[in-house]
Design a protein around this ligand. Sequence first.
Ligand code: SAH
Length: 251
Amino acid sequence: MENRPNRGRVVLVGGGPGDPGLITVAGLEAVRSADVVVTDRLAPLGVLHGLGCEIVDVGKIPRGRTTPQEEINRILVAHAAAGKRVVRLKGGDTFVFGRGGEELEACVAAGIPVDVIPGVTSAIAGPALAGIPVTHRGLSQGFTVVSGHVPPGDPRSTLDWAALARSGTDLVLLMAVATLPAITATLITEGLDAATPAATVADATLPTQRVVRADLATIAERIAEACIASPAITVIGKVAGFDPGSETTGV
Ligand code: SAH
């Protein structure tokens, strides 16, 4: 027994934006061969149906129950050290506001073998599911993905909103439902045209998916009226007004 190698390891799997069909083949394979899956609120939980593995839910609910990151790291390391094949299943891509980097560091520091399987990020898939291409020839030569978790002017914010307003790229805002009024007001103050198209996609890929389209000046008001809640992505830029036209819609 003592000589048997410890097969314990951690795989950080990006599960895509929610629909079980949008996890990668490699991600699904890792989940299916796991002894333990440590899941998140936004992970595609549908892929776990019928699996016999142990499931540890450390999902974080906005302003609700949370498991501190240190505790999640400890859980991953402890199961792998005990010889388990551990999958850390996250929503979207694990390295896009997913704290995957911290989990990777924790595993490496503990001497646990760790692999990363990228996922389809909601930053791109969310707009796509609303028919919004994040780049489009003639409309946008780039896009910038930022967190709206803390609003402009907050001492914890490290973003230069004036530079973002001037960037000429589409802005893709994650975690920005509560902060959208402050963000849109700041962008307008910093010179971004109030008439710039904007769209918010909530619950992308889920049966509850909703899309609200407006402009920079009114999008925050429109999503409040529509009672849009997290998770939602807001796109600001010409692509948010993208209309493929009747010749390409197939209707
Ligand atoms: N790692 C994830 C992002 C985690 S941060 C990814 O790559 O997609 C959480 C934020 O992601 C949410 O507040 C929301 O802005 C966005 N998000 C995640 N899933 C979403 C979904 N299905 N629909 C809309 N937004 C989503």
